[in-house]
Design a protein around this ligand. Structure first.
Ligand code: ADP
Ligand code: 5GP
Length: 429
């Protein structure tokens, strides 16, 4: 199983010490690379094309924006700067960590597209110190320094979007704090997947997971929102955790993973997972239509709303006295409407004694390859819980596989492995 790389974003006002700290982080770690940005600014001093920046003119920058070249880009102090998206994604997919030294607007954009990125805000002990450092750096004219100091106040107001704050007062202390953040993030279970030390406790539980290496897996996740007006909606209690856990499991198996998620509480897959955010059931259908074209598997873990208001209202409905009713219509059954060319793993949340039978019927009706049955009536399984358990059923002759109770991540690895075994024709032993 592969381990994913992490994206570290150092931001803060110009002169805060981002570049100094970024180079310290990269210098001490050969699995960590610095992202070289593209800018329309002219080179200054000893700066070299390809090492400090890729220096391009305005036309070339425009072309790159049109070609979706940038993971983020922003106007900073009168010039434009941007990060090469495919380079970053490739590095992360290779298990390498990437360090970005960018401005605050760019960092905020990254938090939206890659929520698992680690955002670190760097600031000297006071604005006076910042001014002194900009002057002593001696790379900018007096006018430019003034501009940068004015911009700093605006940048500091976005600090609440960040994960960490490092005060770059005493340089050695700031360096050690950056390294501590790096180490703590690398030890997070979300980052390391399923630790090898935990594998031999469950016999052959993970057998078959390698089947997914190099495959393209699309996972749908979370609830959908069916708007009543622009403020209220119909939805359900799905947290999105099962979908994110499945995305992680297939990623660590070595698959290329896309997570198409409704507005979930949990929507934070590891960086290399491509996140596509959707709102309603019909948006999810459109996104999955595009994403599954070349896929090897669609995992339908999303809890798609079955009904949507027939006539969503623009603006906000006024409160009225007395009864009020909303006309509803059925939403499309995504699996049936898609009629995907790849196998589909569906999910069923069922209550009561006939759950197995109903899950099997649902699998047949949807034409799915397999279905995972969670029982809504068992303690600590299903929606809004951290744990799960259930039964994996196959449309073919393969026997059902019971997945034992554990964290949703453990269950997700079990599902991916059992499906891999079945697809490879391995025994379930
Ligand atoms: P940024 O990349 O945020 O614009 P730099 O890393 O270029 O900032 O740092 C700005 C200036 O301050 C540089 O001249 C750098 O050597 C200096 N510097 C950085 N950190 C410290 C520190 N803790 N104490 C003193 N000078 C520092
Ligand atoms: P400088 O001109 O001093 O090299 O950089 C000016 C500012 O632009 C700094 O705050 C730097 O972090 C930021 N910057 C550099 N590269 C990028 C980038 O790719 N994207 C964004 N948004 N900002 C960047």
């Amino acid at each position: 199983m592969s381990s994913s790389g992490m994206l570290f974003v150092l931001a803060g006002p110009s002169g805060a010490g981002k570049t100094t700290l970024a180079h310290h982080l990269v210098g001490g770690n050969d699995r960590t690379d610095f992202s070289v940005s593209t800018t329309t600014r002219l080179p200054r001093g000893e700066e070299m094309h390809g090492r400090d920046y890729f220096f391009v003119d305005d036309d070339e920058f425009d072309t790159r924006i049109r070609n979706s070249y940038f993971l983020e880009w922003a106007h900073v102090h009168g010039n434009r700067y941007g990060t090469d998206g495919s380079w970053v994604r490739n590095q992360l997919a290779l298990g390498k960590n990437v360090v970005l030294d960018i401005d605050v607007q760019g960092a905020v954009q990254i938090k939206q597209t890659m929520p698992s990125a680690v955002l670190i805000f760097v600031l000297p002990a006071s604005s006076k110190v910042l001014l002194k450092r900009l002057e002593q750096r001696n790379t900018d004219s007096g006018k430019t320094v003034e501009k940068r100091m004015e911009a700093a106040a605006g940048e500091v107001s976005f600090m609440g979007v960040f994960d960490y704050f490092v005060c770059n007062d005493e340089l050695e202390k700031a360096k050690s704090e950056i390294v501590t953040i790096f180490l703590a993030e690398k030890m997070k279970l979300q980052t390391i997947g399923w630790p090898v030390q935990a594998l031999d406790y469950h016999g052959n539980y993970m057998n078959g997971i390698d089947f997914w290496k190099g495959k393209r897996v699309v996972v749908s996740s979370g609830p959908t929102r069916e708007m009543i007006d622009e403020v209220r909606f119909i939805s359900n209690r799905s947290s999105g955790l099962m979908g994110v856990s499945l995305a992680e499991a297939f990623l660590y198996a070595g698959a290329e993973v896309v997570l198409v998620s409704g507005p979930a509480f949990q929507m934070d897959p590891p960086g290399p997972v491509r996140l596509v955010k959707v709102g309603s059931a019909s948006e999810m259908l459109d996104a999955l239509g595009k994403e599954t074209k070349e896929a090897d598997l669609l995992v339908m873990a999303a809890a798609v709303a079955d009904f949507a208001p027939s006539n969503p209202v623009a603006g906000k409905l006024k409160r009225t006295d007395g009864d009020f009713s909303i006309a509803l219509e059925s939403t499309p059954d995504i699996t049936v409407s898609l009629s995907c060319s790849c196998p589909v793993l569906s999910f069923a949340l069922e209550y009561g004694e006939t759950s197995l039978l109903r899950a099997r019927k649902k699998m047949m009706k949807k034409g799915s390859h397999a279905i995972f049955l969670n029982r809504g009536d068992k303690p600590d399984t299903g929606m809004e819980t951290a744990c799960n358990s259930g039964t994996l059923l196959f449309a073919g002759d393969t026997e059902d596989v019971e997945i034992m109770h554990g964290s949703k991540k453990f269950v997700a690895f079990g599902i991916a492995a059992a499906l891999g075994r079945e697809m490879e024709g391995l025994s379930n032993g």
